[in-house]
Design a protein around this ligand. Structure first.
Ligand SMILES: *Cc1c(COP(=O)(O)O)cnc(C)c1O
Length: 364
């Protein structure tokens, strides 16, 4: 039997990347972003491997409850907060931190009578225009939160950077300035930085940093190798060669016949496709590692297979392992060739792909 299509999650690499985050954050507390099943890496194994961070953040209440049920008792921040009174009670019951990003949440919170006060992170919109209360409203909302008796004081203050991945944009500095103006006089701990902020904008490091992609070994800056920051790939996606054929000059390969051989070529068919989460928009030329040698994808990506021109490779045989991304082949290279971002590729691995988790010894 061939090596089936599988994804390996290297928790030692994850821990290494977390230590880079901690070191780069010079004194800030680290909130590990583990939303969306830890960017597709598996919520519980990732949380278990990250025992040394100061907190976790997820997008939804349901994700936070999975963590609490599994026994994780550190700070867990829910980035969308609560929507109704029942959810509010659930936050209190399970000691979850809530982002308050909209006026309707402020009303719900100040109108309820909670068993004990809630830990709140007031999110301020400084230019992302997605979630967050606007700067002119901050002082009024702060007063309401302080008076309500339902909020643990001092509440925390946060914002999110929209363009920190681009070191040439001045908007990041403007966002930070607006944040500082908005929170003037408020005592709570602050948080601004995602991975790009943490690695590229030192002034965005406050009491808490919120790294996500860097923990998984993706580079937050377009066109820069993750290795420049000593980040290691956590997810490696592999499959194998299931067929080899020689095609003649002028023959086409794959759906639509979109690639035509310019000379006699050796084509390897690898048993992975968009049905596994390999990006359908990967272009001809996207690199694949076969037996440790880089070779180009040719033609369209199918649901269950892709075609690779291995004419320039030595001794390729049916059954050879093919690496699609990860160890030896940075995911950012594949993302760039498929009009995607590394985040999207990591989150897109489908159910049928076998998962192997390695690198977590007992007692960690
Ligand atoms: C996802 C997310 C992050 C982490 O961003 P990365 O680019 O993955 O580091 C930080 N803060 C918020 C609010 C997020 O939603």
């Amino acid at each position: 039997m061939f090596n089936e299509t599988h994804v390996t999650i290297d928790l030692a690499a994850l821990q290494h990347n977390a230590s880079i985050a901690k070191r780069s954050a010079s004194g800030s507390k680290v909130m590990a972003m583990i939303k969306a099943d830890a960017y597709g890496h598996g919520l519980l194994p990732v949380a278990k491997a990250l025992q040394h961070v100061d907190g976790f953040a997820v997008a939804r209440l349901s994700e936070a409850l999975v963590l609490r049920e599994a026994g994780f008792n550190k700070t867990i921040l829910v980035l969308t907060g609560f929507s109704c009174a029942e959810e509010l009670e659930c936050f209190v019951l399970h000691d979850l931190d809530a982002v308050v990003h909209s006026e309707y949440q402020v009303s719900r919170l100040t109108q309820s009578s909670l068993q004990s006060p809630l830990s709140v992170w007031l999110k301020i919109n400084t230019g992302m225009n997605r979630l967050g209360v606007n700067s002119p409203d901050v002082m009024r909302i702060s007063d309401a939160l302080q008076l309500s008796g339902n909020v643990r004081l001092p509440f925390k203050l946060m914002t999110h950077l929209a363009c920190a991945d681009d070191m040439n944009r001045t908007v990041t500095e403007e966002q930070i300035e607006l944040f500082d103006e908005s929170v003037k006089g408020l005592a709570g701990e602050q948080s601004i930085a995602n991975s790009a902020g943490l690695l590229g904008w030192q002034y965005s490091q406050r009491h808490w940093v919120r790294p996500g992609i860097m923990l998984y070994g993706g580079c937050p800056f377009a066109g820069k190798p993750a290795a420049d920051y000593d980040l290691k790939p956590v997810m490696t996606l592999k499959s194998s060669v299931i067929s080899l054929r020689t095609v003649s000059k002028g023959d086409c390969v794959g759906y639509g016949g979109s690639w035509t051989a310019q000379r006699t070529s050796l084509i390897a068919t690898v048993g992975i496709g968009y049905g596994d989460g390999y990006p359908r928009h990967a272009v001809t030329g996207t690199p694949v590692l076969i037996g440790g040698q880089k070779a180009p994808l040719v033609g369209r990506v199918s649901m269950d297979s892709i075609s690779i021109d291995v004419s320039q490779c030595e001794g390729v045989a049916v059954g050879d392992v093919a690496t699609l991304w990860g160890d030896g082949l940075p995911i950012d290279e594949i993302a760039e060739k498929s009009d995607a971002i590394s985040y999207e590729l990591m989150c897109g691995i489908t159910e049928r792909v076998t998962r192997i988790v390695k690198g977590l010894s007992d007692g960690e």
